[in-house]
Design a protein around this ligand. Structure first.
Ligand SMILES: Cc1n[nH]c(N)c1-c1cccs1
Length: 326
């Protein structure tokens, strides 16, 4: 019943501009509801974040509205766009793009493991999105399958990274939330250097390594059921197992990409820019598909011949190095 109390507890501006309907997702920070913009009937996803989950003891909470202005300037085809932002005394309401395919998490869960070509297409788009975030001074810090959304249920589809805005807006609280949530995707230095903010961009490279591992194999590299160490100890030791049954049909280049991202020492870990130059991604057919999905208008007016495709990430550093020169 849309006139029920949940409408009355919404910010006036949000109520006037959008019609909120059913819940389409739920997570640690709150719920996601399907909304219709009243003037256009376009669909949006409204993330409702309960402030009490993010009460940061003592430290001044960043002014969410100022941060949102920065984030509304962020513009990349593989980053979810923030359409609007509202708040009440108790909650934040972030109006986001609607992604009909839902979370990557559910696709991997239902398919067990993705086809390598599909995992490669999705992973390349994630790399482009995170490379763009890093070039704008934003570390995501919470990359996991729940934060990767699919534009459709088709294998070949656009993906978008989400939640980077919440972690940026609510960053000190986001760290608390991140540490409360599953640690499976967190890089070692988040546990060992968290309080010094000493960790940097490399944390996202680690999480993307875990994400790729899960997409290719269907299971997590660090899990409480593996060995006699806790998940955080397995992560800090960088100990993971590629179960032969799950990895026998996966290419050596894909395994090499995973191994070079899941390196404990952030200084030795392959960077996002190096990953974009990795041989596994120098796949012209995949690059052409990714470009068509990310920049559909470009392809329409001047289709680049496949052999001449300029990788969509363009600004990646030249030359792939198997090991960073020290
Ligand atoms: C945000 C967003 N945009 N489009 C969808 N499906 C979402 C969801 C996130 C989490 C559950 S649903």
């Amino acid at each position: 019943d849309l006139q029920s109390d949940n409408q009355s507890s919404l910010p006036k501006g949000l109520q006037e501009k959008y019609l909120l309907t059913r819940q389409i997702g739920v997570g640690v920070c709150g719920e996601v509801r399907l909304a219709f913009e009243r003037s256009t009937c376009n669909k949006f996803a409204v993330k409702v974040i309960n402030k009490k989950n993010f009460q940061s003891e003592g430290t001044a909470t960043r002014n969410a509205e100022t941060e949102i202005k920065i984030l509304q300037r962020i513009d990349h085809p593989c980053l979810i766009k923030t359409q609007d932002f509202y708040q009440t005394e108790d909650s934040y309401f972030i109006v986001l793009e609607m992604m009909e395919g839902g979370e990557l998490f559910n696709k991997v869960k239902s398919q067990q493991q993705l086809k390598e070509s599909v995992a490669k297409l999705y992973f390349y788009q994630m790399l482009c999105a995170v490379h763009y975030l890093h070039s704008n001074g934003i570390i995501h810090r919470d990359l996991k399958p729940e934060n990767i959304l699919l534009s459709s249920s088709e294998d070949v589809c656009l993906i978008k990274v989400t939640d980077f805005n919440q972690s940026r807006i609510l960053e000190e609280a986001a760290l608390m939330r991140t540490l409360c949530g599953t640690p499976s995707y967190l890089a070692p230095e988040v546990f060992t250097h968290a309080n010094t903010t000493g960790y940097g961009l490399a944390v996202d490279a680690w999480s993307l390594g875990v994400l790729l591992f899960v997409c290719l194999s269907g299971y997590a590299p660090f899990h409480e059921n593996f060995g006699n160490y806790s998940v955080s100890e397995q992560i800090i030791r960088g100990e993971f197992t590629m179960i032969p049954k799950k990895w026998e049909h996966i290419s050596n280049q894909a395994k090499d990409m995973v191994r070079k991202l899941l390196v404990v020492d952030p200084k030795e870990r392959m960077s996002i820019a190096e990953a974009l130059q990795h041989p596994w991604l120098q796949d012209q057919e995949m690059l052409a598909t990714a470009q068509r999905l990310m920049y559909p208008n470009d392809a329409a007016c001047h289709p680049a011949p496949v052999a001449m495709v300029t990788p969509a990430h363009q600004e990646a550093e030249s030359g792939y190095t198997t090991h960073r020169k020290r």
